[in-house]
Design a protein around this ligand. Structure first.
Ligand code: ATP
Ligand code: LTN
Length: 329
């Protein structure tokens, strides 16, 4: 079975973008691949986090993984910091990576532009991500479009290491589905929807209530043409059509026909309704899980996940240490 690996940062509450761009696809491929899904807590502290909130977010994401349809009996679900080999391999790979190439990463440029004191961790983020992937010999990495550049970086690092030390790492491929790959902000359709956006109106959280979802869609920035047409001139409407298409499975043409002659108001409410129905069904499952009597079940999921992940990761790291020339026995 080919192996899949991916993760999400506990840097806030999961958004509709995380769901459509990543999680939903993970659920659909669980039966065909050996899947490893983790919570990228080490990555999340590259931006300042409040410890109490971070702790809650990590557990929330584990429960949301399951509420969205990940099955712990099929997929290995774990927490990144529980497997110490991620940080250790990250260090090794720092020595196969150049400052110049990290400086060219768009996510780094975007996030560092918002800060005065830029952390080394934020700069080094793609190297840790490469370690996550290469530790498990992942064949495919299912992510949204925004992560493509980081995956290219992973391939570059792996090839460079293999060339210097001999065949050690499998070269992974991105697994990016066109549909849902880039859900844009509801307040600025030139930016991706992001859970760490300072304006909550910009994103739909998987925890939003129905009336909040409707309000956010009504406030979504759209263009002045007042026709529901899929075009680059109307990026706001294009984004809403994309969302509606992902949720309902209808294609663009069907959607344009469905809303021919209707204004934005009715269109926005219909999109909001379809999104709310989906999100409420996820929330229902989440609320069933999020009970004190289930705490141990959740713990068991990530402990069992850590056990399996650690056994793969420790073997791989040993191999890497040998390749580098460290004394391993
Ligand atoms: P942050 O705001 O902290 O950077 P994020 O919301 O961008 O977080 P990540 O944890 O970085 O989320 O990403 C988790 C997964 O969700 C990745 O596979 C990423 O590509 C995907 N993803 C994130 N935002 C979107 C989006 N707007 N559209 C599609 N996929 C997305
Ligand atoms: N950088 C990713 C989260 C992430 C990841 C990974 C995804 C960290 N390590 C390994 C896939 C594989 C993001 O979505 N921002």
């Amino acid at each position: 079975m080919k192996r899949i690996l991916s993760g999400i940062q506990p840097s806030g509450k999961l958004t509709l973008g995380n769901y459509l761009g990543a999680l939903r696809n993970w659920v659909n491929i669980q039966n065909e691949y050996d899947c490893m899904f983790f919570v990228a807590d080490l990555h999340s502290i590259t931006v300042t986090q409040d410890p109490k909130t971070l702790n809650e977010n990590i557990k929330r994401i584990i429960m949301q993984y399951i509420a969205c349809g990940l099955d712990p009996n099929k997929s290995t679900i774990f927490i990144q910091s529980h497997v110490h080999e991620h940080a250790e391999l990250g260090w090794i790979l720092n020595n196969s990576t150049y400052m110049g190439e990290l400086g060219r990463m768009t996510q780094y440029k975007d996030k560092s532009a918002k800060q005065q004191n830029i952390k080394v961790g934020l700069f080094d983020y793609p190297v840790l991500m490469a370690a996550d992937i290469l530790l498990y010999d992942a064949d495919y990495v299912p992510v949204g479009e925004d992560q493509r550049q980081h995956l290219e970086m992973t391939k570059t690092i792996a090839k460079r290491f293999n060339a210097q030390y001999g065949e050690t790492f499998k070269i992974p491929e991105p697994y990016i589905l066109k549909e849902g790959a880039k859900i844009m902000s509801l307040q600025d359709p030139s930016k991706k929807m992001s859970k760490s956006d300072s304006n909550p109106n910009a994103y739909i959280s998987l925890f939003d209530e129905k009336d909040v979802i409707i309000k956010k869609f009504r406030r979504a920035v759209t263009d002045s043409l007042n026709t529901v047409r899929y075009s680059d001139e109307q990026p706001g409407i294009k984004n809403l059509i994309n969302i509606y298409s992902c949720i309902t499975g209808k294609n663009i043409q069907e959607i344009e026909t469905e809303f021919e002659g209707t204004g934005y108001g009715k269109f926005k409410d219909t999109v909001a309704d379809s999104v709310a129905n989906k999100i409420l069904s996820i929330q229902e499952k989440y609320n069933q899980l999020n009970k004190p009597e289930n705490e141990n079940i959740i713990k068991e999921v990530y402990q069992k996940g850590c056990e399996r992940a650690s056994s793969i990761a420790s073997n791989k790291l040993k191999h890497v240490y040998k390749s580098v020339g460290f004394v391993v026995d």
